[in-house]
Design a protein around this ligand. Structure first.
Ligand code: AMP
Length: 408
């Protein structure tokens, strides 16, 4: 596929060609035709996919060259603003459009002069943009296309109030293009109210809407995590289970414990050879191992359909990792289940995850499990729900009951 087949005018095709782009990247191929039609777009794509040209090219085609800023690109950092400005300049090289970037940490007067000199496409970080609006150095009343880049990072950096203020200053009738590496209800809520029947575009791993995944939390004493897992594995609906641990050593240790309990388990992490990893994955895919114990880094690359449950044996320290992990389930089927074990030490990380996904998760207990009474996090704001095993399943767990009892 060539750029000219996407409906771009010759001057823009000339621009990208001069930048050395020979053919569109997947995000460009998907986004450009819709954006040229004037549709709103919600795109899940990371930096490195070519998303900048994907929003810059159709925008340059749609906006006129007349007095007043017609396109606004808001991005969280100065570095990104500079990068976007460069790409936009390159794309606009054979057109008459003027592009400028404004961002904090650089002299105000210089940027003021640039903006006053006339700009068609403005790239901005939220703080400096609001500053210039307050000083009446720029007006957003003629914006035709509004682009919000790296929306998830904006939220992480606390820009939500700024973005809301910026959106309020925009004309109601406009085209919106939203890009984010992760798409959470929180991200969508930034702009959702103003989107008009947006086209969704996804590049990279298929993301599963968080709503399709039943998420729950099991508070537990850290020393009882393996016992609790073995107890859960007595349920027969946990047929293909991906378990995440914080470290490789913990993955190995857990895998040994499960195997000793008669549960088919294998492990995958970066200390294992390529051959070992492939064998583990093949065994898990073929159903020879019911449980795959993994660490985050290696698990990112694996793509296994029909994982019934993802278990966070250890809570991830980054909310993004939580989303990556739970997104491994519900891929082939419509629904999946994610379970997180929560110890007192992990409560802070867990609260950050709840904030990130914009949900409060339900805490559950397994009746009959001999919970230690100390060092268990207090219930969350939602009352705990006692869950009964659907069916007693002897995944080898019962054979180990005696041993576990003795250990306790
Ligand atoms: P981005 O994801 O927009 O930050 O782009 C990542 C890198 O890919 C940048 O260095 C771009 O210049 C480059 N790039 C974007 N689109 C293309 C393309 N169609 N062909 C080759 N390189 C590209």
């Amino acid at each position: 596929m060539a750029f000219r087949c996407l409906g771009l005018k010759p001057a823009l095709v000339e621009g990208v060609t001069a930048m050395g782009y020979t053919e569109p990247t997947p995000v460009q191929g998907q986004a450009i035709p819709h954006a040229l039609e004037g549709r709103d777009i919600v795109g899940r794509a990371q930096t490195g996919t070519g998303k900048t040209a994907a929003f810059v090219l159709p925008t340059l085609q749609r906006i006129s060259c007349s007095n007043g800023i017609k396109a606004l690109i808001v991005t969280p950092t100065r570095e990104l603003a500079v990068q976007i400005e460069e790409v936009a300049r390159g794309c606009a090289r054979f057109t008459n459009h003027k592009v400028a970037a404004v961002f904090g940490g650089a002299p105000y007067l210089q940027q003021q002069r640039r903006v006053r000199g006339g700009v068609d496409m403005l790239v901005a970080t939220p703080g400096r943009l609001l500053d210039m609006m307050r000083r009446n150095d720029l007006r957003l009343s003629e914006i035709e296309v509004f682009i919000l880049d790296e929306a998830d990072r904006m939220l992480d950096m606390g820009f939500l109030p700024d973005i809301k203020r910026i959106i309020q200053a925009l004309p109601k009738k406009r085209q919106n293009l939203l890009f984010s590496a992760t798409m959470t209800p929180g991200v969508l809520s930034v702009i959702a109210g103003t989107l008009d029947n947006p086209v969704s575009i996804e590049i990279g791993h298929r993301s599963v809407p968080v709503e399709a995944i039943e998420q729950s939390v099991y508070p537990v004493n850290g020393l009882q995590k393996s016992d609790l897992l073995i107890e859960l594995l007595r349920w027969n609906n946990l047929h293909r289970v991906l378990v995440f641990t914080r470290t490789k050593r913990r993955a190995d240790r857990l895998c040994r414990t499960l195997t000793r309990s008669g549960i088919g388990a294998t492990t995958i992490h970066s200390d294992r050879s390529q051959a070992q990893r492939q064998a583990a994955l093949a065994g898990f895919k073929a159903g020879r191992h019911r449980v795959l114990v993994a660490t985050d880094i290696v698990a990112r690359g694996i793509d296994v359909d029909a994982i019934s449950h993802v278990i966070n044996y250890d809570i991830p320290t980054s909310p993004e990792d939580y989303l990556h992990r739970i997104g491994r389930t519900a891929r082939a089927s419509a629904r999946g289940t994610a379970i997180s074990f929560l110890t007192t030490e992990e409560v802070t990380d867990f609260r950050a995850i709840e904030t990130f996904i914009g949900q409060t998760l339900i805490c559950k207990d397994i009746p009959g499990f001999a919970y230690a009474t100390r060092y268990v996090p207090s219930p969350s704001r939602v009352a705990r729900v006692a869950v009964a095993p659907r069916l007693a399943y002897d995944g080898g767990a019962r054979r180990s009951t005696k041993r576990r009892t003795k250990r306790r």
